[in-house]
Write a protein that binds this ligand. Structure first.
Ligand code: F6P
Length: 497
């Protein structure tokens, strides 16, 4: 498994992420096929992939699956196999039970296990070897997220000719928390193998630069970090590139009459309450689902909300279901939902409609249109794309977004009702304010939010990042032609009226 891939395939642009942008689907007759995952990242990178002769390296989502590279809708897919034991140690263990809680303000206690770390190193090496094995001479490799933080340095060691980017989709913690990690120096060194390191927020980039100064003593002059190399220094850029969604496609869907009809149907199905509130999250302890349920329950108990007038729809996408903290969270949330419904349900009306499964994008957009109030109460979140999806879908300039100030999205979406989810009284006030807000106030806020989300879409995000990489390449090679710099964006943009 560890030998570098011997391949004659070479690609100018290689994206590396833990999960591939395609899901393997097994039909009842046992035959396997691949479905494109609906994420914004793949939508944004698709045109770059096609124009720059690109390949995507990642795990196919199931253990012990050793597959040959293949084409999917114009993208070369290069699967990396993971054994069941690696899945447990590298993915569930080190990625999601060590790094995830540590990088999210230790909301849950991180576990530190040396065998998990060893597996993380080994799997990162496999991803790096696969990427280095297929990148063309002078090409570009863009590594995604916290599962693969050692890959930039590993790729650089194998292929110093490549330009390397890294984007961290989750927060980077303050040094006081980060320094708990026994392997803190190796991770920082791994990331510094990149030429450009992107973060969601300015605060994440500063936390990282501080960790570099404290652990390695390198000179940092925002956004440049000087990494000693040979007799000189290599300049690494570490700065914020807040990610977004393919906003126009959400708006386009929302404008379709069939989606609007479905939104009406959803409201009818809920008994046409005066107010529909909505939460949409992966079932994760960082999302503050318990906090929002507590606030809602108290409002009902205090009689400040009438259970007959309001429904909270909570979509909780199953996630990392074998990790203990997630198992416990599910029990807690489902107990609370049961209590609220037990206290306030009547025949034909439940104050909470809880769904422990995901929905396709069409259905989500209909739900966004059906919701008067969107609740995003995360305790810590790199960005929170659900907040942006809600805003992009509300072409009718209606609906109120309640948004935690601990999300990356709150740096941009200032005209949401910003809340501190730990302040339950404040959260209750915000819920009441949202429910009672005048149409005029709702429209003016939603218009401002929409301007931001439609302008800063995922195409612009990736363009900014790739431009930064192209600058590095230009600096390094002087006047050498730069394939990425010449790319034209072809992400379709619908009229916004
Ligand atoms: O951005 C955070 C992230 O962990 C992504 O890397 C990942 O694709 C997504 O959330 C879902 O998590 P998982 O891949 O563990 O199901």
């Amino acid at each position: 498994m560890n030998a570098p891939q011997q391949s004659t395939e070479r690609y100018d642009f290689v994206v590396v992420s833990n999960r591939l942008p395609v899901d393997r689907v097994i039909a009842p007759d046992g035959s396997a096929s691949w479905n494109r995952s609906p994420g914004g990242l793949v939508t944004a990178l698709e045109p770059v992939m096609r124009a720059a002769d690109g390949a995507w390296v990642g795990w196919a989502g199931q253990p012990d699956l050793d597959l040959e590279p293949f084409d999917n809708e114009g993208i070369r897919i290069v699967p990396v196999p993971l054994s069941a034991e690696e899945l447990q140690r590298y993915y569930e263990g080190f990625s999601n039970d060590t790094l995830w809680p540590l990088y999210h303000d230790v909301i849950a206690p991180p576990s530190f296990h040396r065998e998990w770390w060893e597996s993380y190193v080994e799997v990162n090496r496999r991803f790096a070897e696969r990427a280095a094995g297929i990148a063309a001479e002078g090409g570009t490799v863009w590594v995604q997220d916290y599962q693969l933080q050692l890959v930039p340095k590993m790729v650089r060691d194998l292929r110093p000719d490549l330009t390397i980017g890294f984007f961290n989709h989750i927060p980077f913690p303050p040094y006081g928390i980060y320094s708990q990690l026994p392997w803190r120096t190796q991770i920082v060194e791994g990331l510094l193998g990149a030429d450009v390191i992107g973060f969601q927020r300015v605060a994440d980039a500063s936390n990282f630069s501080r960790a570099v100064r404290r652990l390695l003593g390198h000179l940092t002059r925002n956004p440049v970090i000087e990494v000693p190399e040979g007799a000189g220094v290599r300049r690494v850029i570490a700065k914020a590139f807040p990610i977004s969604i393919d906003s126009r496609s959400f708006e386009q869907l929302a404008r379709e009459p069939r989606i609007q009809a479905r939104a009406r149907e959803i409201r009818e199905g809920l008994g046409n309450p005066r107010t529909v509130m909505l939460g949409v999250d992966r079932l994760d302890y960082t999302k503050g689902i318990g906090h929002r349920l507590k606030a809602y329950h108290e409002l009902l108990r205090e009689g400040r909300l009438n259970a007959e007038d309001v429904t909270l729809v909570q979509v909780a996408n199953p996630s990392r279901e074998r990790v203990e903290a997630y198992i416990q969270l599910r029990d807690e949330i489902e107990l609370t939902v049961g209590r609220i419904n037990g206290d306030f349900s009547t025949f034909g009306h439940n104050p909470v409609n809880y769904m422990h499964h995901g929905y396709p994008r069409d259905e989500m957009v209909a739900l966004y249109l059906a919701a008067d109030v969107m609740l995003v109460t995360a305790l810590r979140d790199g960005m929170n794309l659900v907040a942006k999806e809600y805003v992009a879908s509300r072409f009718d300039e209606d609906g109120v977004l309640i948004l935690s100030e601990f999300t990356g999205a709150s740096d941009e979406l200032k005209r949401a009702l910003l809340i501190n989810p730990h302040d339950i009284e404040g959260l209750k006030e915000a819920m009441l304010r949202a429910i009672q807000m005048s149409r005029r106030d709702r429209s003016s806020r939603m218009r401002a939010l929409r301007r931001r989300v439609l302008e800063n879409d995922v195409a612009r995000w990736s363009q900014r990042f790739l431009d930064a990489l192209a600058d590095v390449k230009r600096d390094r090679h002087g006047s050498d032609p730069d394939p990425l710099g010449e790319l034209e964006w072809t992400v379709p943009r619908a009229p916004s009226s």
